[in-house]
Design a protein. Structure first.
Length: 50
């Protein structure tokens, strides 16, 4: 369910699962450190309007 702005609510179970999957995968595949993982996650959230 989206809002009037087109963003998905952060309590949506499907989006929460996708985000956790993204972070879990990033922890094991990115060696750049926590800031790079955070930047990647923020970019992902913005692209998906979450």
């Amino acid at each position: 369910m989206g809002t009037r702005t087109g963003y998905h609510p952060d309590d949506d179970g499907e989006w929460d699962r996708r985000f956790r999957t993204l972070l879990h995968g990033g922890v094991w595949t990115h060696a750049e450190g926590p800031k790079a993982l955070l930047d990647y996650a923020v970019g992902w959230l913005r692209r998906l309007r979450t």
